[in-house]
Design a protein around this ligand. Structure first.
Ligand code: ADP
Length: 164
């Protein structure tokens, strides 16, 4: 059985992440989406918010598990019985970072492989940080995130600006 882990911060999940997920699903027997609880990165959304949005956005996908993890991703992959970790590769900008991450993970655990998937062209320049900026500016993001994420982000920023 080929089990794959798709780890990330998902702050928040976008249609780019879902695009990678859709490409991964037919390739593996089981895919688990793993939301990083603490990675040293300061996140806008809490772990509970990020998990909830990932669960809502993938509710229509049978056989997909959404979990959170903390600590080393390779340890978590091993614990879950996943020998493969999926990462998305966008433009050139991702390459250096993703390659060094993959090589570091490989050094930590030799028997876990990183598999890179390339998104459809229209998601090539989409990132969670872009979504956070659009939400802050009150811009439309309907073609970029699932409807539940668009609602959540609008709500969060409207309340923020009202309260000061
Ligand atoms: P991390 O903080 O681990 O980089 P992200 O949630 O930003 O977490 O991304 C998780 C993975 O999904 C990364 O491999 C990232 O390159 C990939 N990814 C994010 N957005 C896209 C996108 N629009 N298209 C393809 N891959 C993406």
């Amino acid at each position: 059985m080929h089990k794959a882990l798709y780890p990330g911060t998902f702050d928040p999940i976008t249609l780019g992440h879902l695009n990678i997920l859709e490409k991964a699903l037919p390739l593996f027997d089981k895919v688990t989406l793993a939301v990083a609880d603490y990675t040293g990165k300061k996140t806008l959304l809490s772990i509970d918010e990020r998990l909830q949005l990932c669960r809502e956005a993938t509710a229509h996908i049978p056989n997909l598990e959404v979990v959170s993890f903390s600590g080393l991703v390779v340890d978590f992959a091993q614990k879950m019985g996943c020998r493969i970790m999926i990462r998305g590769l966008r433009a050139v900008s991702d390459f250096e970072y993703e390659l060094s991450l993959a090589l570091t993970n490989k050094k930590l655990k030799q028997d876990i492989e990183t598999v890179f998937l390339v998104p459809s062209l229209k998601y090539m320049y989409l990132s969670s940080s872009m979504i956070r900026q659009l939400a802050e500016l009150g811009a439309d993001m309907d073609d970029l995130v699932p409807p539940s994420v668009a609602r959540f982000m609008m709500d969060k920023f409207t309340h923020h600006s009202v309260s000061g």
